[in-house]
Design a protein around this ligand. Structure first.
Ligand SMILES: Cc1ncc(COP(=O)(O)O)c(C=O)c1O
Length: 371
């Protein structure tokens, strides 16, 4: 047996993948982390045009023409403040490779997107969780600042949040931007909201790196298209890391993204329509959660997740037996950190039928367990 690198000791496929592996054709899947949206005819036409561009490498940081579009949208310099990456996941990996050394500490939200802690560990660093507390999962800047030590290399903020659907307010973001260490703000869900647009960390401070992309807003998860935004000197090592990871993002996806940015009116209508769809799905999920699970949760203001307390036992055992015995897939809360124990993540990126029947089956299963 050939031994894998030590930095991959105890790094496993995520629990989300493990739960998804229990799916059968009859399962109701409320474990999904991607929009249940298909491209419309306009987007398919854009994709056909995008397929006619050169298939050669682009610049490492991405085509200048796309960077100009991103720059116009977010107010960053196309020349040296934007790097187009193969998804925000690759952007996050490149940032941590560029900045994090063995022995460093990386502050990560708990509950939070699993990749943050995992990538930190791959870099040899220690992920230090900061707690987000139920029921509204507010981020307490003071509590985050208290966790900063001389070893803290960077702080990761995710608003809107996976798995919580919560949003961090402007003042709190500012307090974190001003704390001292490098800050990475993962804003991949920034376009999916139900009340008002969530505040962004763009331009909050010179030490903030913002990542965002089209996976969630345009249901382009398989096309791997995202961006990293930062001051030129902060971005430079990230572009170098990205060069050795991906060389460049797919030029097809870059051309499609450029078409999307260039179609302002269509894009506004697209975003309005997916927000309206997710709003209907959120209402269906919240009322089924109330009716079937007898749980009252504050309506999550963004993304497409509800983080729901389960009176059952351990969340991994519960999610696994729910998958095999009741054919409903949800993600155990502990997959997102210790603070998620006692909860499950229900994704309402599913049809109204699936949302209703999945949560109903879950309620029936819990009642059969006597919970
Ligand atoms: C919070 C968060 N960040 C990043 C990602 C990765 O997205 P991408 O498809 O852009 O790599 C996800 C995907 O689920 C996510 O939930």
């Amino acid at each position: 047996m050939i031994r894998s690198a030590k930095r991959f000791d105890n790094i496993e496929l995520s629990l989300i993948r493990q739960i998804n592996a229990l799916a059968t054709p009859l399962s109701v899947n409320l474990g999904i982390g991607e929009p249940n949206v298909e491209p419309d005819e306009t987007m398919r036409e854009m994709a056909r045009r995008a397929a006619t561009v050169s298939w050669h490498y682009s610049a490492n940081a991405g085509n200048l023409s796309l960077r100009r579009r991103v720059g116009d949208s977010f107010g960053y310099d196309a020349k040296d403040e934007i790097c187009i990456t193969a998804g925000t996941q690759e952007g996050l990996y490149a940032i941590l490779q560029a900045y994090v050394d063995p022995g460093d500490e990386v502050l990560v939200p708990d509950p939070g997107f699993l990749s943050y802690a995992t990538i930190a560990r791959i870099c040899g660093a220690t992920p230090v969780p900061y707690a987000l507390d139920p029921p509204d999962w507010r981020l307490d800047a003071g509590a985050v600042l208290k966790k900063i030590t001389p070893k803290t290399k960077l702080i990761i903020v995710n608003s809107p949040s996976n798995p919580l659907g919560s949003v961090v307010d402007h003042e709190t973001l500012q307090a974190i931007a001003g704390a001292g260490p490098l800050v990475v703000s993962d804003e991949v869900y920034s376009e999916i909201w139900y009340g008002e647009a969530p505040p962004s960390m763009t331009h909050m401070s010179d030490n903030v790196i913002v990542v965002g992309g089209m996976s969630k807003s345009h249901a382009m998860t398989g096309l791997r298209l995202a961006w990293v935004l930062a001051r030129a000197d902060v971005l430079k090592p990230v572009v170098t890391a990205h060069q050795y990871i991906a060389t460049c993002a797919s030029v097809f996806s870059q051309a499609l993204a450029e078409e999307i940015f260039a179609s302002g009116e269509w894009n506004d209508a697209w975003l309005r329509s997916i927000r309206a769809q997710f709003r209907r799905q959120r209402e269906a999920a919240l009322s089924a959660i109330h009716r079937e699970l007898e749980a009252e949760i504050p309506p999550p203001p963004a993304a497409f997740y509800a983080f729901v307390p389960v009176p059952a036992c351990e969340s991994v055992a519960f999610a696994k037996s729910l998958a095999t015995d009741a054919a409903v897939l949800v993600v155990p809360g502990v997959a997102f950190g210790k603070g998620g124990e006692g909860f499950v993540r229900i994704s309402y990126a599913a049809s109204l039928d699936q949302i209703g029947s999945g949560i109903e089956r879950m309620g029936r299963y819990l009642r059969a367990l006597g919970k």
